[in-house]
Ligand binder design. Structure first.
Ligand code: NAP
Ligand code: GDD
Length: 324
């Protein structure tokens, strides 16, 4: 009998890649989704018949506990969250409910239903915020700079606390930014590749962005979900940083994306202060040495491949809308 995995956030970018990986590994995959009046299966349309869906919400303890009891998972991957950093300033309480307390609700369900269930928490490099060391590893002190970062830090520590209090196999993966053609269009990489494709196809003439100086350690989401799975296959639970170890500015991503289609970015990009943040995370770069040594994990996709793949996917998606 294969294992059963329950994924919260299965309709998101990471949920879609993780579901693909677990199906390939022979798992029964169950996805928790919240009720919506429209179809949110865009990212998992190609595997929707291979997944079982259960309806629940991070805000609702009883639905989560009932789901864990009914599904009987071997592994729970808690990927659901309010994940867009700017929205955490406009909706700080909701972000705390979803992204912080939601973690406790899922952990409570695991603890009360079956403490032998293995639990993965989607923690974030955003917790390093105003970085206290370069590069950041598992020992670097945290200094979050957004309500989202603060909420994720709560989720990180409650995971460790449940591990230590109740002897759960509960791990926190501290993942640096990871992207793909399935990334939400409000995040900067996808906003850029979507904008570049629109400009190249004559559907737009400018791309408005905020801080071009911010630096991120960008990897490919498909590589990162493999690390999540590996973290739950070890003899003992532990927390890991997952990153490429290289950092690029938003401006460098912009240039690479425009170069790919042979356009001059300076003719199209407009810096718009509306996209500045009340407090910025200036630079992130991770040291994934522990994951490399203990999990045998390495990123397989380069920055250049990531940019090209994303631009290419947006060009293909938008081509039917281009003027002939
Ligand atoms: P995403 O695309 O924004 O997906 C978020 C998922 O959470 C969606 O499936 C969403 O469902 C679900 N969700 C939101 N609120 C919910 C609620 N109240 N109840 C149930 N489900 C809810 O995010 P992602 O990029 O895949 O990231 C996955 C996780 O990793 C998140 O926790 C994120 O904070 C974390 N993380 C991401 C990165 C990154 O670079 N991508 C880095 C570090 C950590 P709907 O489809 O219904 O909205
Ligand atoms: N979104 C956005 N839009 N960001 C912009 C823009 C813009 O127009 N212009 C510049 N940026 C800068 C932001 O100020 C930030 O410094 C950087 O681009 C990256 O922004 P996002 O792509 O929105 O990602 P993030 O780093 O804030 O958060 C993502 O990564 C975290 C891990 O470090 C999200 O996926 C989080 O959920 C995740 O935890």
């Amino acid at each position: 009998m294969g294992k059963t995995a329950l994924i919260t956030g299965i309709t998101g970018q990471d949920g879609s890649y993780l579901a693909e990986l677990l199906l390939r590994e022979g798992y029964r995959v169950v996805g928790m989704t919240r009720r919506t009046s429209t179809d949110v299966h865009e990212r998992i349309g190609h595997i929707v018949d291979d997944i079982e869906f259960v309806s629940g919400d991070l805000l609702d303890q009883s639905s989560i506990t009932s789901i864990v009891a009914a599904v009987k998972p071997d592994e729970v991957y808690n990927l659901a969250a309010q994940s867009f950093v700017p929205a955490s300033w406009t909706q700080p309480v909701l972000t705390g409910e979803f992204t912080a307390l939601g973690v406790t609700r899922v952990l409570e369900a695991v603890r009360t239903v079956n403490p032998r269930i293995r639990f993965y928490q989607a923690s974030s490099s955003e917790m390093f915020g105003k970085v206290q060391a370069v590069p950041q590893n598992e020992d670097t002190p945290f200094y979050p700079r957004s309500p989202y970062g603060v909420a994720k830090l709560y989720g990180h520590w409650i995971t460790i606390n449940y591990r230590e209090s109740y002897d759960l196999y509960a791990v926190s993966g501290i993942l640096f930014n990871h992207e793909s053609s399935r990334r939400g269009k409000e995040f900067v990489t996808r906003k850029i590749t979507d904008g570049v494709a629109r400009i190249k196809l004559g559907l737009a003439s400018e791309l408005r962005l905020g801080n071009l100086e911010a630096r991120r350690d960008w990897g490919f989401a498909g590589d990162y979900v493999r690390a999540m799975w590996l973290m739950l296959q070890q003899n003992a639970p532990d927390d890991y940083v997952i990153a490429t170890g290289t950092t690029r500015s938003v401006g460098e991503f912009v240039r690479a994306a425009f170069d790919h289609v042979g356009l001059d970015w300076e003719k199209h990009v407009v810096v718009d202060p509306r996209f500045y943040r009340p407090a910025e995370v200036d630079v992130l770069v991770g040291d994934a040495g522990k994951a490399r040594a203990a999990l045998g994990w390495e990123p397989e996709t380069s920055f250049e491949q990531l940019v090209e793949t994303m631009v290419q996917a947006d060009l293909e998606r938008l081509r039917p809308f281009a003027a002939v």
